[in-house]
Design a protein around this ligand. Structure first.
Ligand SMILES: NC(=O)c1ccc[n+]([C@@H]2O[C@H](COP(=O)([O-])OP(=O)(O)OC[C@H]3O[C@@H](n4cnc5c(N)ncnc54)[C@H](OP(=O)(O)O)[C@@H]3O)[C@@H](O)[C@H]2O)c1
Length: 297
């Protein structure tokens, strides 16, 4: 491991961020673990060594970003011992693409794209001092426009493009950039996604429109199936560690169930992508009533 041994991670209350914070803590890093609720900071402190420092960090709040970065700067010799920042914070958004309000769409972009970018921009001075790395947790969902998850996918496509450009621009400065595309990982994000789906289905009903019950039912069932087959968050944490420690880190890492398959999707023609999603959303064996519902929509 290099001399630089500190890491700043956003979104460590649960799932991938928490697993990564604990793994790197056990590996001897000084971890600055981003949290939003005091209870999460306490539970991290209880599970980790004294080295782990929870930092209040809502990535949509530029004031909190500045305070967190200042704390990291003060504790890492101005950034000289900062090994990496890991942009992990993320939120789901699930529902019919045309029915989700623009406010909700903006909110998910604020976290998944602008929040990441804001944290990276604020960290650039300290990253430059120690040639720290940038690791971004994107998603296999960046490779396909999934019905009911289009806005989430769009945030991850945006993040990928930002990280690809950063990698090219920062190469000469010796700052390595890796993006990680997890597949299905067993974390609370799936329950959060289901709550988002419930909320947006209710909103469609509230507006007095025909609920596309059949599609919502399938989206929900697919989500439940995906969760059962998911990989543990520790598998992603191990890959984050590789991206931080490898002499020549990869540009992109795929990890978790279906992540490699997701990478091949952009190589297939759009009609096959349409066919697969159609078989999921409109299986030929669906009920006539559901078909009528869709047709009157
Ligand atoms: N699980 C998967 O299958 C999967 C697949 C591909 C990619 N990913 C990506 O992996 C990352 C981690 O997600 P996860 O699966 O581990 O889900 P998770 O357990 O729900 O974790 C999401 C984390 O992001 C934090 N967060 C949300 N909004 C935030 C904000 N405004 N500022 C700072 N932190 C915020 C959450 O904190 P709070 O508890 O305070 O809300 C939580 O710590 C996300 O970027 C997600 O898109 C997950």
């Amino acid at each position: 491991m290099s001399e630089a041994r500190s890491v700043l991670i956003s979104g460590t209350s649960s799932g991938i961020g928490r697993a990564t914070a604990l793994l790197l803590d056990q590996a001897g890093y000084r971890v600055f673990a981003g949290y939003r609720r005091e209870a999460d900071a306490e539970s991290l402190r209880a599970e980790a060594s004294d080295r782990l420092t929870p930092v209040r960090l809502d990535v949509t709040d530029s004031g909190q970003i500045a305070e967190a970065v200042a704390e990291v700067q003060d504790s890492t010799d101005g950034g000289r011992t900062l090994a990496a920042i890991v942009g992990n914070a993320g939120a789901p958004l699930a529902g019919r693409t045309a029915d989700i309000s623009l406010d909700d769409v903006r909110a998910v972009f604020e976290v998944n794209l602008f929040g990441h970018l804001g944290l990276i921009q604020a960290c650039m001075p300290i990253l430059r001092r120690g040639r720290g790395r940038i690791v971004g947790i994107s998603s296999g969902a960046a490779n396909i426009s999934l019905p009911f998850l289009a806005h989430y996918c769009a945030t991850k496509v945006g993040l990928n493009f930002v990280l690809h450009a950063l990698r090219r621009e920062l190469r000469q400065e010796g700052i390595r950039v890796s993006l990680i595309e997890p597949g299905l990982i067993d974390t609370p994000i799936w329950d959060r996604g289901l709550r988002s789906l419930d909320h947006h289905e209710a909103a469609v009903e509230e507006h007095g429109r025909v609920t596309v019950a059949d599609q919502f039912f399938r989206a929900r069932r697919l989500s439940a199936m995906a969760n059962v087959r998911a990989s543990p968050p520790s598998s992603v944490a191990r890959v984050v560690r590789k991206a931080i420690e490898a002499r020549r880190p990869r540009r992109r890492y795929s990890v978790g169930r279906l992540s490699l398959l997701a990478r091949t999707v952009p190589l297939s023609p759009l009609w096959t992508q349409d066919l697969v999603t159609r078989l999921i959303l409109e299986p030929p064996w669906r009920s006539r009533a559901a078909s009528r519902d869709l047709n009157h929509r």
